[in-house]
Design a protein around this ligand. Sequence first.
Ligand SMILES: [Zn+2]
Length: 375
Amino acid sequence: MTSVPPVAPTADDPAALVALLRELVEIESPTGTPGVAAASAWTRARLEALGGTTVLEDGGHLQVDFPGGGAPLVLLAHTDTVWAVGTLAGMPFRVADGRIHGPGAYDMKAGIVTILAALAEAPRPGDPARRALRVLITADEEQGSVSARPHIAAAAAGAAAALVLEPCLPGGGVKLHRKGIGRFQLTVHGRAAHAGTQPSPGISAIDELARQVVAVHGLADPARGISVNVGVIRGGTAENVIPARAEAQIDIRITQQTQAPELESALRALVPEVAGARHEWTGAWTRPPLECSPGAEQLFAAAARHAAALGLQLDRGGSGGGSDGNLIGALGVPVLDGLGPDGAGAHATHEHILAASLPQRARLLARLLLDPGVA
Ligand SMILES: [Zn+2]
């Protein structure tokens, strides 16, 4: 970094916020690429210009602390995107019809810009009104936050609450709960044989897998928020060979942690229906559910009050998708997620935010940071 970047603009300068978002979107940062560290360095420089002290920078994971009173409030975001390097060429940053388009604009670089703009409005370090803040930016959220986990745990220690700047619900609503996610694989082992041999010594792994796909889908329980999706199947070698092996990749989502052992035992209790076939299960829960908590209710009440003062109605809800909010929530920290700007098209080519929402969310977050009653 050859020069110190200027302190980020506030919500009073929406055009400058758009320019800031453009800079960050134009650093392409799919998970696991050098762009993630570049986006992290860009963010670090701007957080330091706002008075923060970097306490961690590790492979794109970034924690910047702001001194102040009380237990720290964690602001959580991620720099990685799902978009490959080169996407910008065909899907450039552009503003049209009140929408800001670009890879990662909505999920969730606009959330990072929201943090910068809110901090630019917060009292300077040393001001008695300043509360302790801890900004954690993770680098592999889009691939399950495997390497971010220890950093999330460290940031959760002693934290009063976490505000997550992930995209909101359509229309601006925040997320008080999220589903937990399990990724499992069923491999069926059978025995190969010539398809024409009668009687056949073969054991068809595909026949068995087909039956188990039906059984696995039968474990879904929409009334309890349990969903099951066999998303990938593979198996067999040729049409004239009884297949010795077949496998299915399964996504299971739950709303309560107590459902995890229940589902796991249900999977393992599935008995082979084709004589001689054998099941092998692998996989794990990749994110615990974010369950609504009294602390989250309090955070929502404060956010709704501040939104109302800004002339906005703040709705609440949940999401079937996971975020780092699931991980920090599982550590006992109250979480309010979905505080990022409104928009649509996460992970899709029509990804965009609503331009008017960016200063609105920055103002809302700034008010939350200034409220000593928040957590
Ligand atoms: Zn995200």
